[in-house]
Design a protein around this ligand. Structure first.
Ligand SMILES: [Zn+2]
Length: 97
């Protein structure tokens, strides 16, 4: 958790929560979703504010995935949704510690 003070949602006047959410990037009918990314989330609207550092790290991967997705999109018989896991999934017990 970042050490800076908890940001307040200017719209709902409530403190945001530091928790995992889904990073979403859409371009030309292709949407890339990256789950379990930590961000400041407004408990009222669920709107997430990602740290610039987090966005910088994700943007390279997202760009590569977009390129692959656009190629796939041209093949009309292909499925429209893919889930990709990179690395070893974290067991639920370990994630709760
Ligand atoms: Zn809000």
């Amino acid at each position: 958790m970042p050490t800076r003070p908890v940001p307040i949602c200017t719209k709902h006047k409530v403190p945001k929560e530091w928790r995992p959410t889904t990073f979403e990037y859409a371009e030309a009918a292709v949407t890339i979703r990256v789950p379990n990314i930590y961000a400041w989330v407004c408990p009222e609207s669920g709107e997430a504010s990602f740290l610039p550092k987090t966005v910088d790290e994700l943007v390279y991967t997202v760009r590569d995935l977009l390129k692959a997705a656009k190629r796939t999109q041209e093949r009309q018989s292909m499925p429209t949704e893919y889930n990709i896991l990179v690395g070893r999934p974290v067991p639920l017990e370990a994630a709760a510690l």
